[in-house]
Every structure is written in C-alpha cells, then in structure tokens.
Design a protein around this ligand. Structure first.
Ligand SMILES: [Zn+2]
Length: 228
C-alpha cells in the first residue's frame, strides 16, 4: 500500500541487529542478520551447556537456548530492545523462529503447556509486559502448544542480581516462586521458558517450585545463553 511506503519515509523501519533500513519483506531483522544469528543448536545434544547447568541440581527432561548471547553483538541488541525499548514484537518473533525448530524436537515438542518465568511485579508495571511471556506467545503460535501465566507466580521483589555470585543469586531467588491451582497441572509436561540463562538460578528456583506438583515433568528453553 502507498501508506506503507509513505510511513516508511517518515518512520524508516530499522534492523534491530545492524541498524540498516529493512526491506518490505523483512520484519525485525534484515536477511543478513537473520542468516548470521548465532544459533546454538543445543537442542541436538542432550548434554549441552544449558542442560549441564541443571545437572545435580534439579530434575529436568532437557534444556536448550535458541541463541548465544554475545556482548555488543546482535543478540544483545535484540534482548536489550525487547527488555528496555518496548519491543515486545521481538520476543514474539524469536519465539516463533525457535518454535519452528522445537516443534519437531522431543522432549520440547511433547510439552502440553508453555509457562514463562514471571517477572518482578515492579518491573512488570514499569515495562508493561513480561518479555519471557512474549517469547512464550511466539513459541505457542508456532508449536501449537498453549501458554499460560496462571500457575507459576513470583512472591515479592528481590534485590538486583547483577553483582552476585552464583551461590548468593541462588539464595536470593530460592523460595520466591509458588504455584497456584497445582491440581490442574498435575501430571502435565511443562515447557518452562525465560529470556537469558546465565547461572540458571532463577530457572532452577522455578523448577523446584513446579516439581512439587505430582507427576509433572519439565523441559527448559530460553532465548539466549550467556556464558559466565
Ligand atoms: Zn541487520
């Protein structure tokens, strides 16, 4: 439509990866950035670095991440815009892209519900959305699995985790998640999702809370994996 071109002159659509103008057929990323995204392919190996984070800590079926987080790189730009620039469309886009891969890959493809890690209440009010939930929305649409934020809840605000060691991070998030209506998710296979996994402390705490539900099994997927 002519209006698209006209608006494009006033508000040029920019690639979140490299900052170049987007062609009409491109949405979040230009074709080049999209092609060169650092995909982990961790879903192809059960003993991948993300799965290893949880070994000996909590019981999960498998874990994977879509992308490698690289400081100063395209993935950092994507996550930053998703979290701090109101670009929830990025979360949906990345969920849809990853879902196209995971929908044929057990145990992820066998999940019955997708559950995002809940955000701090304060951050939710400030941001207006939970970025992990946007990722869940995208995964849900391309995997054909429903998502819900109804069952897993975060109790209260905890202090910022930026400068903490793995142990104190764990201490910080240990008991902050709880389950509502556990009866309704008894015996289900959950796909637990988050934005970036580093120490795994937050996800581990969610898995602990969910594991109290009888017969539940959990797989984990995140947008990105950042090495410590
Ligand atoms: Zn680009």
């Amino acid at each position: 439509m002519w209006t698209d071109d006209f608006l494009g002159l006033i508000f040029p659509r920019i690639c979140v990866g490299c900052g170049n103008s987007l062609w009409k057929h491109e949405t979040i990323l230009c074709d080049s950035c999209s092609y060169h995204l650092p995909r982990t392919n961790f879903h192809l190996q059960s003993d991948n670095p993300v799965a290893r984070i949880f070994w000996g800590r909590v019981d999960i079926l498998s874990a994977t991440s879509f992308l490698l987080f690289n400081k100063g790189g395209k993935v950092r730009n994507l996550i930053h815009s998703l979290k701090y620039k109101g670009r929830k469309d990025i979360g949906i886009f990345l969920g849809e892209e990853f879902g196209k891969i995971l929908r044929t890959c057990p145990p992820f493809s066998q999940s019955m519900i997708i559950i995002p890690v809940p955000l701090h209440q304060k951050k939710y009010l400030k941001r207006g959305y939970n970025q992990s939930e946007q990722f869940a929305v995208g995964l849900s649409s391309s995997m054909g699995i429903p998502y819900t934020s109804h069952y897993l809840w975060r109790k209260s605000e905890t202090e910022t985790q930026t400068h903490k060691s793995r142990f104190s991070r764990w201490e910080n998030v240990k008991d902050i998640f709880f389950i509502k209506d556990p009866v309704k998710i008894t015996g289900t296979r959950i796909l637990l999702v988050d934005d970036v996994v580093t120490t795994g402390a937050t996800l581990e705490s969610c898995v602990s809370a969910l594991s109290a539900v009888p017969g539940i099994s959990i797989a984990v997927a995140t947008i990105a994996y950042a090495r410590l």
